[in-house]
Design a protein around this ligand. Structure first.
Ligand code: GLU
Length: 469
């Protein structure tokens, strides 16, 4: 029986989940789901100074919001100190690691010297063959082979190799006994049975070191794939300078998770020239060999386009409930579910993000939307008010329908010898506060006669500044 495929996403909780990290998580998720394997999640929280529980929360919420549910228990590195110790002991007892008593100051000086000479800083191996035992403040180093090469067939980048003499004896356990990053990752991936290590290509330089540790431990090697990073428009690594980078910032701006998942999947991966993918399609098509080798540029216009697509595509009740928090943030009250759905329907094609759509739907939910003052001066004249009164009358009778309103508009327009839209404007302003809005009849229908009449009456009561006609 072959071992089931197992991937992992291993974020360090030292910041919010970045879209680049989310894409790494997505690729791991898709690969596991595609092959009926396991997608595991490990929190790499050994950096006590920079790790914070609120960042772990942020990462978990981001993954849940994107729909990237992980399998099995969540693993925290800080809970595995004993396991790491046992593996470090194994290397010590096999002569593949040694205690190093070097004075940290001397090491810092030699490091600074190397950097000043533009050399690669490396440990000079002073304690390598001294057979020292543990001592207060001492660290444990890996005895790295000094010749030969370490190579692997990268699942994304193709064959990669490093000369072993480029790699010095890295510290695997610090003075406090805790493992360093490379050691902890190998122990975790090996002991948790990870078969595919898919991560950002900022880790390429760590991989030969990790492979050497696997070999020393006589553990089977996983397959490695390094995904190119995401760039901003200036071709520099995507960072805050380019705008929002955290997943939850995109949620806050009003992007739908479907849109962000679809967008991130296509950022560096392709399947013919298809652009729109459901999660099921992504799972059935995903293949690491279709991940490009060069870095992809983050393009907000394309994300906006996908967001508009999904806003039209998702079931209306979902769009409505996704809009609700954005409306509340703008001060909307009493979000009646049926009005919310009508409002969502009327704005789903009128904004790129939920925030923009909420802005456009807010008038439905305010007792009286504030009237745009310049437009009100122009439109709420005696002539404009005459139009409002003409509309008010059939609203009092039920049922008044769209056909009747339309006939009324046509009549009022022809009496005044103007276009229908011109007569509609005072009414549009009275009902929505603006002269641009969703379809007028749609608005009247959604508000219902009572609110429509109240808004007309409020506009009629506005003092006129001048008569434009
Ligand atoms: N914790 C590492 C990071 O957040 C990832 C390590 C790995 O994937 O091997 O960059």
């Amino acid at each position: 029986m072959t071992t089931p495929l197992k991937t992992r996403f291993a974020p360090s909780p030292t910041g919010h989940l970045h879209v680049g990290g989310a894409r790494t998580a997505l690729f791991n998720y898709l690969l596991a789901r595609r092959h009926g394997g396991v997608f595991s999640l490990r929190v790499e929280d050994t950096d006590a100074l920079r790790s914070r529980p609120e960042f772990t929360e942020d990462i978990l919420s981001s993954l849940k919001w994107l729909g990237l549910e992980w399998d099995g228990p969540l693993v925290y590195q800080t809970q595995r100190a004993e396991i790491y110790r046992a593996y470090v002991e194994r290397l010590l007892s096999q002569g593949r690691a040694y205690h190093c008593h070097c004075d940290p100051e001397r090491l810092a000086e030699s490091r600074a010297r190397a950097l000043a000479n533009k050399d690669k800083p490396r440990y000079d191996g002073r304690c390598r063959d001294l057979g020292l035992g543990p001592a207060p403040g001492s660290v444990i180093r890996f005895k790295s082979p000094q010749s030969g090469e370490t190579a692997w067939p990268d699942l994304v980048k193709g064959p990669i190799s490093f000369q072993n003499d480029e790699l010095d004896d890295l510290v695997i356990a610090r003075a406090d006994g805790l493992p360093t990053y490379n050691m902890a990752v190998v122990v975790d991936d090996a002991s948790l049975g990870i078969t595919h290590v898919i991560r950002g290509d900022d880790h390429v330089n760590n991989t030969p070191r990790q492979i050497l540790i696997y070999e020393a431990l006589e553990e089977p090697l996983p397959l490695f794939g390094h995904v190119p990073m995401i760039l901003g428009g200036d071709k520099k690594r995507l960072s805050k300078r380019h705008g929002a980078t955290s997943v939850l910032a995109y949620r806050e701006m009003g992007y739908l998770p479907e849109a962000l998942v679809n967008y991130l999947a296509r950022l560096g991966w392709s399947h013919g020239d298809q652009e729109i993918f459901s999660l099921e399609e992504l799972i059935s098509f995903f293949d690491l060999k279709d991940v490009g080798v060069s870095a992809a540029v983050f393009n907000t216009d394309k994300l906006d386009w996908l967001n508009s697509h999904y806003a039209k595509e998702i079931p209306l009740p979902r769009l409505a409930s996704s809009l609700a928090p954005f409306l509340e943030k703008l001060g909307a009250e009493n979000l009646d579910p049926s009005l919310l759905e009508k409002a969502a329907l009327s704005v789903r094609e009128r904004g790129k993000t939920l925030a923009e759509m909420a802005q456009k739907a807010l008038f439905y939910f305010l007792p009286y939307p504030p009237l745009n003052p310049q437009e009100a001066d122009k439109l709420l004249t005696p002539a404009g008010k005459e139009i409002l009164r003409a509309f008010r009358e059939p609203l009092g009778r039920t049922p008044a329908d769209n056909a009747e309103f339309d006939a009324l508009l046509t009549r009022l327009a022809s009496e005044r010898n103007v276009k229908k839209n011109a007569v509609a404007q005072p009414l549009r302003l009275a009902l929505t506060g603006e002269t641009k809005s969703p379809g007028l009849f749609e608005v009247i229908e959604a508000l219902g006669p009572e609110k429509t009449i109240a808004r007309i009456d409020k506009a009629l009561a506005r003092p006129e500044s001048r008569d434009a006609t």
